[in-house]
Ligand binder design. Structure first.
Ligand code: NAD
Ligand code: IPM
Ligand code: MN
Length: 362
C-alpha cells in the first residue's frame, strides 16, 4: 500500500490536482498499485483563516506517515509576503532534505515547441537542480531598512556535501539511463568562490563516471544554448537559483509551464512531486489551467513507486492528447482543465484495460 499526501495548495494548484486525482483513481481502480491518499489543508486559505502556515507536527507527519507527497502550487496575491509558500514549500524541501530537484524537460510533440526548428531538434533534457541550499538558504539580512542607506544581503550558501550529492545524483542518473552527456552550469567567472567548489567537485566526481562526456558552462551561455541548440544537452546539474531559472526556460521550450512536472527527492527517504508552475493567479478560477504538468507528476510518482511503465504510458497518453488538440488555451486548444483531465484519465483507463491497443485502431 502506497500512502500519498495531497497538498492542492493555492490558485490553479487545486484545479490541476483534481485532474491528477482522477488519474490516481484510474490507477487505483485498475489495481496497478494499492494507492491511498489524504488531502492536506495547507495554503493561503488556511493561513489567512488561522494565522498558521504549517506546524512542526505536520512536517513530522508528512515525513513519517506517507510514501510520497503530491503538491499543486503555493502562492496567493492575498499573501504578498509569500510567507506561507516559503514555510510550506521551501520548508518541505529543506526539512525533508529533498536535495534533488529533478525537472525533466522533454518535447512531447513538435507542434508545441515555440522554436522554428524545435520539432526537428527536440529537447530531452533533465535538470538536476540543487534544492536545499544556495541563495534559498535564507541567510542574510537587512540593515537600515527603509532608509536611503539601506543594505540588503542574501548569502549564497554552498557546502561540499550539498554540491557533491547533487552532482553524484546527476551522474548516477545518467549512468543508469545510458545517457552520456552531463553539463554543470555555474557562474564561476563572476562568482569564483562558489564556482571553484562546484568545479572541483564536478571534476572529482566525474572521474568516477568515465563513460560520461562532461562539460561546464556559464549560466548565461547555457540560457542562450538552450534556445540555439535545444537538443545538445542531456543532463544538466546546477545550483538552486540557476536551476530554478533554467528549468522555466527549458519548460517553455517544451510547451510551457503547463506541461512541466518535477520531483523533489531525498533518494531512499522522501519524495515530493509538483508541477514546475505556480498558482497562476492570472488564470485561477477560469477553468483553463493546463493539468498536464500535474498529471505527468503522477507519472513521476508512479515511477518512483516502481511502476516505470505507468510513467511511460502517461507520457504517451499526454502526447496523444497533444496530437489530437485536446489542450487548454496555453497550448492553443479550446478545452477546459476538466475536459483535458477527463480525456487523459479515460484514455489511460482504456489503455490499461486493453494493453497493446493502438490509438490508430479507434
Ligand atoms: P506561475 O507559474 O504561477 O505563472 C506564470 C505564467 O504561466 C502565468 O502566465 C500563468 O498563467 C502561466 N501558467 C502557469 N501554470 C499554468 C498552467 N497549469 N496552465 C496554463 N498556464 C499556466 O508563476 P508566477 O505568476 O510567477 O507566480 C504566481 C505565484 O505562484 C507566486 O506566488 C509564486 O511565488 C508562486 N509559485 C509557486 C510555485 C510552486 O508552488 N511550486 C512555483 C512557481 C511560482
Ligand atoms: C519553483 C518555484 C519556487 C522556487 C518558488 C515558489 C519559491 O519558483 O518551484 O520553481 O523558486 O523554487
Ligand atoms: Mn520556479
Amino acid at each position: 500500500m502506497a500512502r500519498i499526501a495531497l497538498i492542492p495548495g493555492d490558485g490553479v494548484g487545486s484545479e490541476v490536482m483534481t485532474q491528477a486525482v482522477r488519474v490516481l483513481e484510474v490507477l487505483r481502480d485498475a489495481g496497478v498499485d494499492s494507492l491511498a491518499w489524504e488531502e492536506w489543508d495547507l495554503g493561503a486559505d488556511r493561513f489567512l483563516r488561522t494565522g498558521t502556515t504549517i506546524t512542526d507536527g505536520e512536517f513530522q507527519s508528512l515525513a513519517d506517515d506517507y510514501d510520497a507527497i503530491l503538491l499543486g502550487a503555493l502562492g496567493d496575491p492575498r499573501v504578498p509576503s509569500n510567507e506561507h509558500a516559503r514555510d510550506i514549500l521551501l520548508g518541505l524541501r529543506f526539512r525533508l532534505d529533498l536535495y534533488v530537484n529533478y525537472r525533466p524537460c522533454r518535447l512531447l510533440h513538435p507542434a508545441i515547441s515555440p522554436l522554428k526548428a524545435g520539432g526537428e531538434r527536440p529537447m530531452d533534457l533533465r535538470v538536476f537542480r540543487e534544492n536545499t541550499e544556495g541563495v534559498y538558504g535564507g541567510m542574510g539580512g537587512s540593515f537600515k531598512k527603509g532608509t536611503p542607506d539601506e543594505v540588503a544581503v542574501q548569502e549564497d550558501l554552498n557546502t561540499r556535501k550539498g554540491v557533491e550529492r547533487i552532482i553524484r545524483a546527476a551522474f548516477g542518473y545518467a549512468l543508469e539511463r545510458g545517457l552520456d552527456r552531463v553539463t554543470m552550469v555555474d557562474k564561476a567567472n563572476a562568482m569564483p568562490h562558489v564556482g571553484s567548489l562546484w568545479r572541483r567537485t564536478f571534476q572529482e566526481v566525474s572521474e568516477e563516471f568515465p563513460l560520461q562526456e562532461t562539460r561546464t558552462m556559464y549560466v548565461d551561455a547555457m540560457a542562450m544554448d538552450l534556445v540555439r541548440n535545444p537538443d545538445a544537452h542531456q543532463v544538466v546539474v546546477t545550483s538552486n537559483l540557476f536551476g530554478d531559472i533554467l528549468s522555466d526556460l527549458a519548460a517553455v521550450l517544451t510547451g510551457g509551464l503547463g506541461i512541466a512536472p518535477s520531483a523533489n527527492l531525498h533518494p531512499g527517504r522522501h519524495a515530493l512531486f509538483e508541477p514546475v508552475h505556480g498558482s497562476a493567479p492570472d488564470i485561477a478560477g477560469t477553468g483553463t489551467a493546463n493539468p498536464m504538468a500535474a498529471i505527468l507528476c503522477v507519472g513521476l510518482l508512479m515511477e518512483y513507486l516502481g511502476h516505470e511503465e505507468v510513467g511511460v504510458q502517461l507520457e504517451e497518453v499526454v502526447t496523444e492528447a497533444l496530437a489530437g488538440d485536446i489542450t487548454t488555451p496555453d497550448l492553443g486548444g479550446g478545452k477546459t482543465t476538466e475536459e483535458v483531465g477527463a480525456w487523459i484519465a479515460g484514455r489511460l483507463a482504456h489503455r490499461i484495460a486493453a494493453p497493446g491497443h493502438s490509438p490508430a485502431a479507434d
